[in-house]
Write a protein that binds this ligand. Structure first.
Ligand code: NAD
Length: 290
């Protein structure tokens, strides 16, 4: 078997175009332009690239991008004061504080200071609780993007066996919650799991979010399984995922490449969440297709 390659780049472009159309409709109906505030503390080169890409995608969707940069020496109080101002600003629908933060600032305290109804990253404990209990909130962008890709290849998810490898707050845990909400039977495999391969071999859907290049090999995969590779690992051979693409694509039914799989979906889902936030604040129903 040779797996179908899931084109995350094309799927993300389609979602961004859908959001742009919906933003135009919202603007025509209410005069409202959704706004996303992105805060970057310090000069980390990778973070600067992410922030620039997010701002560009925001503008391309017809929304306002509000960028704030603080020096690497900024205090927690300075950042918290900025977050409080953004919480109170009616032009701001979404607030994103780019992680990681310099070590003098407690990330948890900053995440918890963001108004949960502007927390388009979905990292606030209130949004984690909403996801766990089935209340509408904001879902973290990377697992949301993974779910959209999975739905494209597996329209009937109820009853399928799903294994999520990794249990981080930003990917693994919300991914498991999303698949549970889709009525999958979900197993979370992590660093202390005994015989990870045996769990993964039972799975119809595998999501790998670990950060170990090529961890998931061909012998871990049930023939025909759908494999979503969240990993982004910089190696001498270039950017690779957590899945051994060459081996696994020979047995899987569908697989995401790295790059060009999950990565582009993350920003598209951020734009989506910002649009949804603006609709909620305006009291209108978001386009159900988004
Ligand atoms: P993390 O370091 O916070 O979590 C990694 C998880 O992997 C942990 O929960 C740990 O228990 C688990 N783990 C470690 N060793 C393991 C092993 N041998 N077997 C099974 N599980 C093991 O990482 P994260 O933030 O969740 O990110 C995971 C990967 O996804 C990284 O490569 C990261 O760069 C990438 N990532 C990509 C995107 C994207 O947009 N594509 C977004 C976020 C993260």
């Amino acid at each position: 078997m040779t797996a179908a390659i899931i084109d995350g780049k094309a799927r993300a472009a389609a979602l961004r175009a859908q959001v742009a159309s919906a933003v135009a409709v919202l603007h025509a109906a209410s005069g409202r332009v959704p706004g996303l505030a992105v805060v970057l503390v310090g000069e980390d080169p990778a973070s600067s690239v992410y922030v620039r890409s997010k701002a560009r995608a925001t503008r391309e969707a017809g929304m306002t991008s509000i960028e704030h940069r603080l020096p690497a020496t900024a205090s927690a109080d300075e950042l918290l004061a900025l977050v409080a101002a953004l919480n109170a600003d009616p032009a701001v629908d979404g607030i994103l504080v780019q992680l990681p933060l310099p070590k003098q600032i407690d990330e948890r305290a900053v995440i918890q200071a963001i108004d949960p109804d502007k927390d388009v990253d979905g990292f606030h404990p209130v949004n984690a609780g909403r996801l766990a209990t089935g209340i509408a909130g904001f879902v973290p962008c990377t697992p949301l993007g993974c779910l959209l890709l999975i739905r494209d290849v597996r329209p009937q998810l109820a009853g399928l066996e799903a294994v999520v490898i990794g249990r981080s707050n930003i990917v693994g845990k919300p991914m498991a919650q999303l698949l549970l909400a889709e009525s999958c039977t979900v197993t979370t495999v992590h660093s202390r799991t005994r015989n990870a391969a045996a769990h993964v071999r039972a799975a119809d859907i595998v999501v790998a979010a670990v950060g170990i290049p090529g961890l998931v090999t061909r012998d871990w995969i049930k023939p025909g399984a759908s494999v979503i590779d969240v990993g982004i690992n910089r190696t001498d051979a270039g950017l690779v995922g957590d899945v051994d693409f060459a081996g696994v694509s020979a047995v899987a039914g569908a697989i995401t490449p790295v790059p060009g799989g999950v990565g582009p979906m993350t920003i598209a889902c951020l734009i989506r969440n910002t649009y949804v936030s603006a609709c909620r604040r305006e009291g209108v129903t978001p386009d159900p297709a988004i």
